[in-house]
Design a protein around this ligand. Structure first.
Ligand code: MD3
Ligand code: FE
Length: 203
């Protein structure tokens, strides 16, 4: 029984080692301009285990007072987000099958204990563009279900260099990261996993 939602594409090993290293250099330059920060859940203020930053004209942020949203500046430095690097624009143009470039690139950093609970991505104003995700560093156990929280889910590993395209009905599928597998990639000297998600936000 195939429980992958329609429009879900997993491209294992899409980026080779050289492309992963080059992309990691781009991400280091972004983090130097826009440091990783610890986001907090709306209302409760509970800190997430994943640290985040963004590049692009808009970035996804969350804090206790104002909740989930997109904004054009870093919540700690107040500076505009750095631009999306050419490497990621090229990737989007190759796999997204969408006429416009992405506006937002969320950079998630997972240490060995970090995880992300099952959720839908619905803070964007439009859902017609796909979400494109790139994994770097340690592997993770990823879970994807259907468009209802109660739908059955499938779990599989995402490895460094994998790309996932979430188009069609998969765009609103529930998904999450159950665990990181420490020591499964030599890419990051001190271990951990980086995930990049490219998105359209506005009309
Ligand atoms: C499936 N990030 O930032 S990326 C997120 O690995 C997020 O950091 C995860 O979920 C991570 O919101 C997963 C792959 C992904 C992204 C968006 C999706 C899978 C998706 C949207 C719908 C279904
Ligand atoms: Fe998500």
């Amino acid at each position: 029984m195939n429980v992958f939602p329609e429009g879900f594409r997993h491209l294992p090993g899409y980026l080779d080692e050289a492309a992963q290293t080059a992309l990691l250099d781009d991400i280091r330059a972004i983090v130097a301009q826009a440091p990783l920060y610890t986001p907090a859940m709306p209302r409760t203020g509970k800190e997430m285990s994943v640290r985040m930053t963004n590049c692009g004209t808009l970035g996804w942020v969350t804090d206790k007072e104002r909740g989930y949203r997109y904004q054009d500046t870093h919540p700690v430095t107040g500076k505009p987000w750095p631009p999306i690097p050419a490497s990621l624009l090229d990737l989007w143009r190759s796999v997204a099958d969408f006429p416009d470039d992405p506006e937002a690139c969320l950079v998630n950093f997972y240490d060995a204990r970090a995880k992300m609970g099952l959720h839908q991505d619905r803070d964007e104003q439009v859902f017609d563009a796909p979400v494109v995700s790139v994994s770097l560093g340690d592997a993770c156990l990823f879970r994807v279900g259907g468009t209802k929280r109660s739908d059955p889910t499938t779990s599989f590993r995402l490895e460094s260099g994998d790309v996932v395209v979430l188009g069609g009905s998969s765009r609103l599928a529930f998904h999450g990261v159950d665990r990181i597998y420490p020591g499964t990639s030599p890419l990051l000297k001190n271990g951990g996993r980086i995930n990049l998600t490219l998105r359209r936000v506005t009309t």
